[in-house]
Design a binder for this molecule. Structure first.
Ligand code: 76U
Length: 470
C-alpha cells in the first residue's frame, strides 16, 4: 500500500516536493520492488487529490536524480538500488576534539608576533582603492587571463618599482610570482628544484616552512646560528643546495645579518650551479634607529637569491598577498613546468593593492606605522626593563614587529604558558621555532607588539610579570 499523503496547507513545501520526498524515501527503504511500476500520473493525482502537474513535477525530479526510469508509452519504474543506511537528517554531534576555539575576548592582551595593528589600518583608503580597482578592471575579474599563474602583470610592475625603491631589489616584473601566502609559494618553488635537492634552514627558525618541507618529503636539515645569523662554518661542511634564511630580521631571534656574512653566503652559493639562497624578507619595512638595511637580493650579482616578501606585516595578514622573485634560470624552469597553475591570491585584492601602492597610500601607511611601532616598541622595552630588572634580557629589537626575550625565572616554559592563559595574555615561547627536537630550548619568549596598543602596555607587562615570576 503506497504511503503518500499531501498537506495542501503546508505552504513551505510545494505539493510536488511533498510527493517527491515521500516517494524518494519509500524507494530508498525498498518499499518498492526493483523495476516495480509506479502508478500512472493520472492515477496518482486522483488518489492524492492533486493536479497531474504536481505528480509530474515529482516524477520528473525522481527521474532526473535516477530513482526511477521511464519506458515510453508504458510508464515509470523504480530503479534497482543497493541498500544504504538512511539518515534522518540530524547531524551527528561534533567530536569535542574538533571544535574550534573562538577569538579571545576584548580583555585579552596580545603579545603575538603574528599580527599587524588592526585599529590603525586605513580602511577608508583601502575601500577607495577597491572601488577604483572594481571600476577600472571589471574585465579582469572575469577574464581568465588575469588568473595567469604569476599574478596580474600591472600589479607585479607596481611591486617591482616599490621594491627597487624600498629594498634595493633588482628585478623585472616578469620575475615576480604572486601567491596567497609564503607557504604556497614555497611549494611552487620546491617543485622547480630537482627531487633530491638538499635544503637547510635556520635553527631556531620558521617552523611552518620546516613542517611544509617535511610534509613534502624533502630532505631538510637545520643549521644553528652564531651572533651574525646562520653559521657559515657549519654550511661549508655540509652537502647542501638550498638555504632558507631571514637575514633582515632573523625569525625569531631578530639578528640582523651584517654584510660580511651576506657576502660569505653569496660566495658560497656562487660556487655550485645548484646552490640557491631563499631570502625571506617578511618584516623588513620596519627598521628602527637607523635606515632600512637593503636586501641580500640587491647585493647578489650571481642570480642566486630567491627573494620572498609579504604584505602580511605591512598591511594585514588576512589579505593573503605574498610574492617571490625568481632568478631567470629558475623562472625558465617554472614557465616550462608550472605555468598551468592558476593564481591563488584574489585578483580584486591584487588590483586594490596596485591602486594603494600607485596612489602613494602604501608608503604613507608604512611611514605612519613605522612611527607608531617605534614608539610602542620603546615604551614596551622600557616598561619590561623597569618591571623585570635583571630578570629579563631583550634581543633582536632593532627591526620588525617582535623581539626575543630571555627570562630568569624558576618556572618552566609549560608553567609560564599555563599562567599566561589564566592571566589572559597571548604569549608564544621559542619552542614553536625549534625545528630539531634534539636541541634544548632556553626560557625564551617571542614578544610581538603589533597588536598591542600603547595604553595596554603597562597592564600587559603586569600580567606578564605575574605569569612569569609569581
Ligand atoms: C611570514 C616568516 C618568517 C613569512 C614569518 C611570517 O604567509 O606571507 C609565525 C609563527 O603571511 P605569509 O607569511 C609571512 N615568514 O614569520 C609571518 N608569521 C607567520 C604568519 F603569521 C607566523 O607561526 O610563529
Amino acid at each position: 500500500m503506497l504511503k503518500v499523503t499531501v498537506n495542501s496547507r503546508n505552504t513551505h513545501n510545494y505539493i510536488y516536493r511533498q510527493i517527491y520526498k515521500q516517494l524518494k524515501k519509500e524507494i530508498l527503504m525498498h518499499h518498492f520492488l526493483p523495476d516495480e511500476k509506479l502508478p500512472s500520473k493520472r492515477e496518482m493525482a486522483g488518489r492524492l487529490n492533486v493536479s497531474i502537474n504536481s505528480v509530474n513535477g515529482a516524477y520528473q525530479q525522481l527521474l532526473a536524480e535516477g530513482y526511477i526510469y521511464s519506458i515510453e508509452r508504458s510508464g515509470f519504474y523504480v530503479e534497482k538500488l543497493d541498500t544504504i543506511p538512511l539518515s534522518d537528517n540530524t547531524l551527528n554531534p561534533l567530536d569535542p576534539d574538533l571544535t574550534e576555539k573562538g577569538i579571545p575576548d576584548e580583555d585579552w592582551i596580545s603579545f603575538s608576533h603574528m599580527s599587524a595593528d588592526k585599529s590603525l589600518f586605513p580602511y577608508d583608503s583601502w575601500l577607495n582603492c577597491t572601488h577604483k580597482a572594481l571600476n577600472s578592471s571589471k574585465a579582469g575579474l572575469v577574464d581568465n587571463s588575469s588568473l595567469i599563474s604569476q599574478g596580474v602583470y600591472s600589479v607585479r610592475r607596481s611591486i617591482c618599482r616599490l621594491l627597487s625603491i624600498t629594498r634595493g631589489v633588482k628585478c623585472y616584473p616578469e620575475q615576480i610570482i604572486i601567491g596567497g601566502g609564503t607557504q604556497s609559494l614555497i611549494q611552487v618553488l620546491c617543485h622547480i628544484f630537482p627531487i633530491n635537492t638538499k635544503y637547510a634552514m635556520e635553527e631556531p627558525g620558521y617552523n611552518r616552512i620546516y613542517q611544509l618541507l617535511k610534509l613534502m618529503h624533502l630532505d631538510v636539515s637545520t643549521i644553528q646560528l652564531d651572533n651574525k645569523g646562520i653559521d657559515i662554518s657549519k654550511i661549508k661542511n655540509k652537502d647542501l643546495n638550498v638555504l632558507y634564511i631571514t637575514p633582515s630580521h632573523q625569525f625569531p631571534t631578530g639578528i640582523i645579518m651584517p654584510v660580511s656574512r651576506r657576502i660569505q653566503l653569496l660566495n658560497w652559493a656562487s660556487q655550485d650551479e645548484d646552490r640557491y639562497i631563499i631570502e625571506d624578507d617578511y618584516d623588513s619595512e620596519f627598521k628602527y634607529e637607523t635606515n632600512v638595511i637593503p636586501s641580500l637580493q640587491g647585493l647578489d650579482t650571481y642570480e642566486k637569491v630567491i627573494y620572498f616578501g609579504t604584505f602580511s606585516k605591512s598591511l594585514l595578514p588576512g589579505f593573503r598577498i605574498s610574492y617571490m622573485i625568481l632568478p631567470q634560470k629558475l623562472l625558465k624552469k617554472y614557465r616550462k613546468t608550472q605555468n598551468f597553475l592558476l593564481q591563488t591570491s584574489s585578483v580584486l585584492t591584487q588590483m586594490t593593492l596596485r591602486q594603494f601602492i600607485d596612489s602613494g597610500e602604501y608608503q604613507k601607511h608604512i611611514k605612519k606605522m613605522k612611527q607608531v611601532y617605534s614608539e610602542r616598541r620603546i615604551k614596551l622595552i622600557k616598561t619590561l626593563n623597569k618591571k623585570f630588572g635583571d630578570n629579563i634580557k631583550i634581543h633582536g629589537e632593532n627591526a620588525g614587529l617582535h623581539f626575543l626575550t630571555t627570562f630568569d625565572t624558576r618556572k618552566t616554559i609549560d608553567e609560564v604558558m599555563k599562567r599566561a592563559q589564566e592571566e589572559k595574555i597571548e604569549l608564544y615561547s621559542i619552542r614553536r621555532c625549534r625545528l630539531n627536537p634534539k636541541i634544548p630550548v632556553k626560557k625564551q619568549f617571542i614578544i610581538g607588539f603589533a597588536d598591542l596598543s600603547a595604553e595596554r602596555i603597562e597592564e600587559g607587562v603586569e600580567r606578564l610579570y605575574r605569569a612569569m615570576m609569581e
